[in-house]
Design a protein around this ligand. Structure first.
Ligand SMILES: NC(=O)c1ccc[n+]([C@@H]2O[C@H](COP(=O)([O-])OP(=O)(O)OC[C@H]3O[C@@H](n4cnc5c(N)ncnc54)[C@H](OP(=O)(O)O)[C@@H]3O)[C@@H](O)[C@H]2O)c1
Length: 324
């Protein structure tokens, strides 16, 4: 597996592993920790060193799972986790909290659950409009000084917020949704992070599984699956969006790969400062996804992918919490 460097010299495998679905939000999550652990260990064997979690996945159980699975391998991995969507200042209620006090409370819990004394990359998961980002960054910079975290990241921050945050302390990575059906970052965000020397971590790079072609109806998904309430997966929208998969499939047939591999190879072709984190709990999907590292696409194939149809439907039911 090739490696890339995010901002501030943080080296990661250029494909990471998104661990969220092992414990939360998707069909089958939280039901097979042994299987998820096997997947995590196989990822290490395949050269994946970049593991993505958050305190809110579970909540908490995903960090615990990762902590158990990576025991004894701490020096071999880059652990990224996130805070800011659980209010430890208010009885651990769900809700945004970017206050310095919450930053300090959150990190202690994550360190404990992950079984480590430092976090490689600590992201603010969602921006809190009631707390100036300068205050949150000040607290995070303090954690860097104390050695509790090594790098600072932001997730779904808007351009102005990124600039303000980076003026307080170098931001190492921005994690935002980016894939063949979520291309908003190309307009302002990608040029900005490049200007500021910030790495980019595309989340949901497989379109939450949709771009692999395996989801043709929400009836395939558990009642509690997050995607049942996602506008892009709803009724007629999903049917309209299937044409995107068909266009990706066309390229996949040309190169003898799967649609998911092509979706990842397209992302990898966007730059050597981009590290997508496809999520899976299954070894067979992991192996398929990791093989995209070796897949290169011609300029014609990349152009065909650049031209796939725009999706129908927002990427969240409530778009007010992203890009701010
Ligand atoms: N910062 C944020 O706000 C944010 C938001 C969402 C996600 N994330 C992070 O990004 C990571 C990845 O995003 P994601 O999990 O939402 O979406 P994703 O990586 O686009 O897709 C994951 C889904 O695709 C399925 N899948 C994976 N590989 C496949 C393959 N080769 N063939 C068929 N299906 C495949 C998975 O199935 P199985 O579950 O059955 O393996 C899962 O349902 C997450 O794990 C999380 O760490 C961050």
């Amino acid at each position: 597996m090739k490696t890339i460097t995010l901002g501030s010299g943080l080296d990661v495998s250029r494909l990471g592993l998104g661990c969220m679905g092992m414990s939360a939000f998707y069909t089958g999550s939280g039901q097979d920790d042994a299987g998820a652990t096997t997947t995590l260990h196989r990822a290490l064997e395949l050269g994946v060193t970049f593991f993505d979690t958050a305190e809110m996945y579970g909540p908490y159980t995903n960090e615990e799972l990762l902590g158990r699975a990576l025991r004894g391998r701490r020096d071999d991995v880059v652990i990224a986790t996130k805070f800011g969507t659980i209010r430890h200042t208010a009885g651990d209620a769900m809700g945004l909290d970017g206050s310095p006090e919450n930053v300090r409370l959150s990190v202690e819990g994550s360190l404990r659950r992950l079984g480590t004394d430092y976090i490689d990359l600590y992201y603010q998961h969602r921006m809190d409009p009631s707390v100036p980002v300068e205050d949150t960054m000040g607290a995070l910079a303090g954690l860097v000084q104390e050695g509790k975290i090594r790098h600072i990241g932001l997730s779904e921050a808007a351009p102005d917020t990124i600039r303000r945050a980076n003026a307080v302390h170098q931001v190492t990575a921005l994690q935002t949704e980016y894939s063949l059906w979520s291309r908003d970052p190309e307009r302002e965000i990608l040029p900005l992070v490049r200007e500021l020397g910030i790495g980019f971590v595309p989340y949901s790079p497989l379109g939450r599984g949709f771009l692999t072609g395996s989801i043709r109806s929400v009836d395939q998904l558990d009642e509690s699956d997050f995607r049942r309430n996602n506008p892009r997966f709803a009724g007629e929208n999903l049917q309209a969006n299937i044409r995107i998969v068909e266009q990706v499939d066309e390229v996949a047939r040309q190169v003898g790969a799967t649609a998911g591999q092509v979706a990842l190879a397209w992302l990898l072709a966007q730059g050597d400062d981009v590290s997508p984190i496809p999520g899976t709990k299954q070894v067979r999907y992991l192996e398929e996804n990791v093989a995209a590292d070796a897949l290169s696409l011609t300029s014609d194939q990349l152009a065909a992918l650049d031209a796939v149809a725009a999706p129908v439907g927002d990427r969240y039911e409530d778009m007010s919490s992203v890009n701010r």
